[in-house]
Design a protein around this ligand. Structure first.
Ligand code: FEO
Length: 131
């Protein structure tokens, strides 16, 4: 079952590229979660983890470029939030590939909780500047 379902009411920002990329993040997270909780091979889980993290890093960079280009005043705290999640994910990624950690239900819930908080607050904060 999908961990996250994108709806405009809960996650829409009125910024086209952001909504499109958030939907793809949800797809990649759902794939990782299904693989990890459904007993997929470790190599499959690792590939899904790498794909999700790579996409999220690109998405954060895209948002930061757009916020900077628009002169959006809230970019500093927003970027700090991005950097914290990337650091957490990079640590997990390193540990996973070293065989020292698994992608668990708790990992999926942690990322879901971060997105549930970040998109409606930080991402919706740039709507007027970027739409
Ligand atoms: Fe869509 Fe600020 O992450």
């Amino acid at each position: 079952m999908a961990l996250m379902t994108w709806t405009a009411e809960q996650y829409g920002t009125d910024v086209g590229f952001a909504d499109d990329e958030h939907k793809e993040i949800f797809n990649l997270l759902n794939k990782l979660y299904d693989d990890a909780t459904g007993g997929a091979d470790r190599s499959v889980i690792g590939a899904s983890l790498d794909a999700l993290i790579a996409y999220v890093v690109d998405h954060f960079a895209h948002e930061e470029r757009e916020m900077e280009a628009a002169g959006y005043a809230g970019i500093g705290p927003h970027k700090e939030e991005h950097d914290k999640l990337v650091a957490t994910c990079a640590g997990l990624q390193t540990q996973f590939h070293a065989g020292e950690a698994d992608v668990t239900d708790e990992v999926g819930q942690m990322v879901k909780g971060w997105l549930d908080s970040h998109i409606p607050t930080f991402d919706r904060g740039y709507t007027d500047a970027l739409k």
